[in-house]
Design a protein around this ligand. Sequence first.
Ligand code: AMP
Ligand code: FES
Ligand code: ZN
Length: 316
Amino acid sequence: MKMASCRLCGGQAAYSIEHAKMMLCQDCFIKYYEKKIYNTIMKHGMLRGARNVAVAVSGGKDSMALLTAMSKLVPEKFPNIKLVAIHINLGIEGYSEKCQEIVKRVCEGLGVEYVIHDLLSREGYRILDLKSTPLGRRICGACGTVKRYLMNRLAYEIGADRLATGHNLDDIVELLFEFYLKGSVEDLVRVRPVSWSDNPKLVTKIKPLIELTERENTYYAMAQGIPLLDAACPLAEGSRMLRRKKLIGLIEREIPGFKHMFYKSHVKRILPRLEKTVPEPSIMECEKCGMPSLSNTCSYCKLVSRLAAQSAENST
Ligand code: AMP
Ligand code: FES
Ligand code: ZN
């Protein structure tokens, strides 16, 4: 049987980029992947004027692939930028220890400085404790609030001027899908490759993997020898988010390139119009923690005070 050959070097192909109908060998795939990140960074000016970039790493393949690629790209193309990895140990039994272990191993292997924030010892609770609050039925949503808040606060505390996350194309299309279904224009306008901020306590967020699929990130992680988690978050099992991703996967199979088309039409055609019509929310300071908030008390402080109230009720 004739082996397929790499479109770029003619060697033996190892990976098929289906949406681009292109086969590549492992070395050319690695170059393609890193170039794609570099192009995304340049296209959106993600690192213009940046000095300190915090990369939020969960221990999963996407953010570990991002950190690995950035640790090669930054010294070569942006030598004045310092990279620091930040990780939140969420205290999810049988899962969080493995995530932290991978983060440590990869950061030490790459020689990247890292900060680990342990939810239990630093904040006094674990993600599962949120189950007892009224928001607990939707634990992934509450966990999202915790992660968003702490990622920003940690990045701010270490003096970062950018916060890079490993959100990939599949994550973004799933979000767009949800927000379009709900008709939630205020949320849609916030789905962007870069969320610029001139508030010193709100670090500008960048998503360098936004045009790369989950599959491409997995392949890059494997090609770079990044240890892969053997299980997904047990709390997300059966979630709507996973079901929507599965459905989008089925559409992609019928219409190759669907995810790229959906994302591109959002960014190029819809977003510029939404930005003109949807007003930017006004940001105030949370009266409890002093961090940026959309109301007097930020959603993180509301969550934590509900948890404290619940614990007090349980102990009486
Ligand atoms: P998720 O919300 O789990 O899809 O994760 C989206 C992105 O948030 C990841 O790619 C990481 O960049 C970041 N992230 C998620 N969980 C953590 C964590 N425990 N610690 C630090 N960053 C995280
Ligand atoms: Fe937050 Fe699973 S990582 S609920
Ligand atoms: Zn607050």
